[in-house]
Structure formats: structure tokens, C-alpha cells
Design a binder for this molecule. Structure first.
Ligand code: FES
Length: 185
């Protein structure tokens, strides 16, 4: 499939995919980045996304699903504008990861895989997100927040509500990405 063929993706993304699959000796190597880009544009990995990515790479839809289900950052249902992933893997668990998860659940009124009624937030409990040195950690879309305490949760949510256009009291707490801190295990 080329960018001229009927695609569910924008012309820009379709062209990006054409370039990606041509870049690797084995087309399949482009699969995970393609799924991430597709999710960023469509919001989740719908059946149509999986079908088109499979066709572009020349593998089966089952092959795509087998890879996609391995990665917690890839999702098969729509998420909120800000998808909050709370790590409760070993380092985070030992440093209060479940207290962080509980606080998010209480503040948002949703559980694992839930979406708030205004569509601003979705919440999920995930395995290691590669920020163990600064546990407990969460990821909100592409932002990392680490060395968290439950009492910091309301401020984090307020910061994203403000970004989404919902007024708060101004006390925001944005991610460490802005401070140049990269995640690692
Ligand atoms: S265990 Fe939580 S970031 Fe690694």
C-alpha cells in the first residue's frame, strides 16, 4: 500500500509509513513505531488500524496483535485525552506504587482501564515503565512523573485539566520530561 492508495491515515502519516517500511531491510522492523504513530493519530489500535498496518507490512493481523498486546503503551480501546499509566511493578510497589494508584482511582472515580466521564483522563495499572531509579513513577501520555507521593496526585491532575481547558486553582505539577530527565531502568 502506498500513500496514494485509500488509507485510514492522514496523507502525512501514510507517507511517513511508506518511508518507514522502505527504511528497514525487514519490513516488520517498522511495526512498533508504526503502531505508536497510528495510535497517536487515531487514538487507539482499532480493527481498521491493525488491518492497514498488517497490509502495509505484509504480515497477518494476528501477527500485529501478537506484538501489540506485549506493549502496555499500545491500547485497543479509546483512551482519555491524558492516559495515566501507574506502575506497580516491583520497584514502584515497594515505594508506594499502590498508594499512588489508589489516590488516582479516588480522585478520578475510575478504576483500571477506566475513562472519566468528561473524557479528559483514562487510568491504567501497568508494568515497569523504565523509571525504577525514581520509583514510584507514572507516565501520562509521553510525560513522566516520578518520586511521587499520593498528596502530589491532585496537583498533577489539575495541571492536565488546565492544559485540557478545564479551569483549576492554578497549582499545577507537570512532568519531569520538561526538566530534561529521561527514563531508564
Ligand atoms: S518498577 Fe516502576 S518504573 Fe520500573
Amino acid at each position: 500500500m502506498s500513500s496514494e492508495t485509500m488509507s485510514i491515515f492522514s496523507p502525512r502519516l501514510a507517507a511517513r509509513f511508506d518511508a518507514l517500511v522502505a527504511k528497514y531491510p525487514v519490513k516488520r522492523s517498522a511495526l512498533v513505531p508504526m503502531l505508536l504513530y497510528a495510535q497517536d493519530e487515531i487514538g487507539y489500535l482499532s480493527d481498521a488500524v491493525i488491518a492497514e498496518v498488517a497490509e502495509r507490512i505484509g504480515i497477518t493481523e494476528l501477527d500485529v496483535r501478537n506484538v501489540a498486546t506485549y506493549y502496555s503503551m499500545l491500547r485497543f480501546k479509546p483512551a482519555g485525552k491524558y492516559n495515566i499509566q501507574v506502575c506497580t511493578n516491583i520497584s514502584c510497589m515497594l515505594r508506594g506504587g499502590y498508594d499512588i494508584l489508589d489516590r488516582f482511582q479516588k480522585e478520578l472515580g475510575v478504576g483500571h482501564k477506566g475513562i472519566t466521564s468528561d473524557g479528559v483522563f483514562s487510568l491504567e495499572e501497568v508494568e515497569c515503565i523504565g523509571a525504577c531509579c525514581w520509583a514510584p513513577a507514572i507516565q501520562v501520555n509521553y510525560d513522566f512523573h516520578d518520586e511521587l507521593k499520593p498528596e502530589l496526585v491532585p496537583g498533577i491532575l489539575e495541571g492536565y485539566r488546565a492544559k485540557a481547558g478545564f479551569p483549576g486553582d492554578g497549582s499545577t505539577s507537570l512532568g519531569r520530561k520538561a526538566e530534561g530527565k529521561a527514563p531508564h531502568a
